[in-house]
Design a protein around this ligand. Structure first.
Ligand code: C5J
Length: 216
């Protein structure tokens, strides 16, 4: 089985039971005029993940391995948006890319560079974690998936929440450091440290360039 030099220890995975999870690489987070920039963030902090993730995705797809994309967002009538999230503003407001974080709007969709291919699952989630109120667990069980290579944005919010949820459900998660991003460099650094600290309290961390699909 392939083994990756990772923190805090080598990560070994069986490709046939591993999925690449691409979290929320949506225009609303990565492009000007969306949710992220409207909150005052610099989207270029997230855009540095696009090239390494596109390269890794190409390798993963070439090997015929499963890819699961997620998108954070809400129904147009906002019935799945908790009042406290709504009260904090922006969700559902009109913007240059359509209503912010609303399913079906231009800004809600995944950026062109990482557009899902036919046959790849796209999981729509109303929360930060990809397991809450979604079909993700069922998809993983049906596919016989036991390990996840986790990428996407943002490191300290949806990536962290999803990795914690996955770890509690028994999935082994390797977070690809160069393929996850935060608007805040400090959160990126500490967010990755938190995953691998304390003996890998809820996962492993390595750069995508350390992952090879060959036996070690
Ligand atoms: C946030 C996310 N940051 N995908 N969502 O609100 O991390």
């Amino acid at each position: 089985m392939p083994t990756v030099e990772a923190l805090p220890a080598p990560f070994t995975f069986a490709p046939e039971s591993t999925a690449l999870l691409v979290i929320d690489m949506q225009r609303d987070f990565l492009e000007p005029g969306g949710f992220g920039e409207s909150l005052g963030n610099d989207v270029s902090q997230l855009r540095r993940t696009i090239a390494p993730l596109a390269a890794f995705l190409a390798t993963w797809r070439a090997a015929g391995l499963p890819v699961i994309h997620t998108r954070e967002g809400h129904r147009p009538d906002l019935s799945d948006c908790p009042p406290a999230k709504l009260a904090r503003g922006l969700i559902g407001r009109p913007g240059p890319n359509g209503r912010i974080l609303i399913r079906g709007e231009y800004g809600h969709d995944i950026i062109d560079e990482l557009r899902p291919r036919p046959g790849e699952a796209v999981v729509d989630k109303p929360g930060k974690g990809a397991f809450y109120a979604t079909e993700l667990q069922e998809l993983l069980e049906k596919g016989g998936i036991r390990s996840l290579l986790v990428t996407g944005v943002t490191t300290e919010v949806c990536v962290h929440t999803t990795v914690r949820e996955a770890n509690d459900r028994g999935y082994e998660c390797l977070v690809l450091a160069d393929c996850v991003g935060s608007y805040f460099p400090e959160f990126q650094r500490v967010g990755l440290q938190m995953i691998a600290a304390q003996g890998g309290i809820f996962g492993w961390v390595a750069d995508s360039t350390s992952v090879t699909l060959k036996e070690q």
